[in-house]
Design a protein around this ligand. Structure first.
Ligand SMILES: Cc1cc2nc3c(=O)[nH]c(=O)nc-3n(C[C@H](O)[C@H](O)[C@H](O)COP(=O)(O)OP(=O)(O)OC[C@H]3O[C@@H](n4cnc5c(N)ncnc54)[C@H](O)[C@@H]3O)c2cc1C
Length: 387
């Protein structure tokens, strides 16, 4: 299409002029990403510059409507944007649970006022969100959640505990599943939004084997949540929650992440070659699977954006993408030899490879475990009999 070719040329010129060279370097770890929010401190002037120019053009969320802070790109234009960013290795200007998870749910279930208010804040990186789903007794069986919101007329009084709340200690607001009717498991949950500085909200970081502490226990003690801070209808939050989970699973799968999660054989070969023929064969095998996954991801994302996707497809992406990413890091560790296990040296960027490898262990747990994904695939896609 000539218009699309013209559009691509414009994007290319814009990226060449505005994406700083430092923002075209591969993302080594989460610290290289910009997460935004009230307390965000930019890692460099280049990170700030790249963020600012993208916010001004709506490029932090290119396929959201202009009225909500996006660039109003249609599906084909958004794909061109992704391809052109991948071509130069541009880092995402803003990474956030608001963009990946809450935003899509608000676009589908939010009121007009909520869309203008919350989506705009997300697009401009003003508010950092965390996700209050899991509880000590409700992970895979999320519908067992017990955090309760008592109806007090113009507000809910929320009491309970969440766990594994990623970045709860750094987030400004939380999207939270709260039971508002004890009689009905599925139709007794509401999807509430509230500020993490509301009196009664406390967090306690949980430390991991990798040494970092990316998530928290989150406690609610008589937290007042005004009634207008609900997404969707009262007691119908499970519909919003499930829709959001589809987007979360798609995001965790890495589908659509372009070059960042694809092949590794060529990179390792360029970096000095791999003498061991068994390792070389493993890498070739991995690269073929990674290319197949990238093609499947592209197809599924195209289908999703044109409304033709099977609603359970994100579960396939999540399963395949996270198992692949774990394999990728196993191979990288194998190729790196014992040096890759170094934990503290400057030469290994503080053990970046080992920490990254350990981090991937969580990929097949967060957002729904691989076993649960396989259950969903068996039931909803393969239509197999069973529980
Ligand atoms: C890095 C990371 C970040 C996270 N961030 C967040 C967050 O920000 N917000 C949030 O709310 N939650 C978060 N979580 C929690 C995550 O959603 C849960 O860990 C996940 O849903 C699994 O729940 P669980 O830990 O309670 O395990 P369980 O549900 O207790 O599962 C334990 C084991 O049993 C298996 N199992 C359970 N049920 C079945 C079944 N029906 N069939 C077969 N096997 C089964 C599971 O596969 C697993 O191996 C995060 C988790 C991780 C690891």
């Amino acid at each position: 299409m000539p218009e699309l070719a013209e559009f691509r040329a414009e994007i290319r010129v814009w990226l060449d002029a505005h994406c700083p060279p430092a923002m075209r370097q591969p993302v080594q770890d989460e610290a290289d990403l910009c997460w935004g929010g009230r307390r965000w401190v930019f890692a460099s002037d280049d990170q700030r510059r790249w963020f600012d120019v993208c916010v001004a053009k709506g490029y932090t969320v290119p396929d959201w409507p202009i009225a909500y802070g996006g660039a109003g790109f249609d599906a084909a234009q958004a794909k061109v944007w992704r391809e052109e960013c991948a071509r130069i290795g541009a880092r995402p200007p803003l990474s956030s649970f608001g963009i990946w998870m809450l935003g899509p749910a608000l676009l589908k279930f939010g009121t007009e006022d909520q869309k203008v208010h919350y989506l705009g804040q997300i697009a401009r990186g003003e508010v950092r969100w965390c996700q209050g789903y899991s509880e000590p007794g409700a992970g895979s069986d999320l519908v067992s959640l017990q955090t309760f919101g008592e109806d007090r007329g113009d507000h809910w009084l929320v009491n309970g505990q969440k766990i594994w709340t990623s970045y709860a200690d750094q987030a400004d607001w939380i999207f939270c599943l709260v039971r508002t009717d004890k009689a009905d498991r599925y139709h007794g949950i509401s999807f509430l939004l509230f500020d993490m500085t509301t009196p009664g909200v406390t967090t306690r970081p949980i430390r991991l084997i990798s040494g970092s502490s990316p998530f928290c226990e989150t406690f609610f003690d008589d937290v007042v949540v005004p009634k207008h801070q609900i997404v969707g209808a009262v007691n119908r939050g499970w519909d919003v929650a499930k829709y959001l989970l589809g987007h979360e699973r798609e995001m965790i799968s890495g589908a659509g992440a372009g070059e960042r999660r694809t092949t590794i054989g060529a990179t390792l070969a360029r970096a000095g070659g791999i003498a061991n023929p068994v390792q070389r064969a493993d890498l070739a095998h991995f690269d073929i699977d990674a290319l197949a996954f990238a093609a499947m991801g592209e197809k599924f994302l195209d289908e999703a954006r044109s409304g033709r996707a099977h609603p359970a497809q994100p579960n396939m992406l999540k399963y395949a993408g996270t198992e692949l990413n774990k394999r990728r890091h196993e191979l990288l560790m194998g190729a790196g030899g014992s040096a890759a296990l170094e934990w503290d040296s400057a030469a290994t960027r503080g053990g970046a490879a080992a920490r990254g490898w350990l981090r991937t262990k969580a990929n097949s747990i967060e957002g729904g475990t691989s076993e649960v994904m396989l259950n969903v695939i068996a039931r909803r896609i393969l239509d197999l009999p069973g529980g």
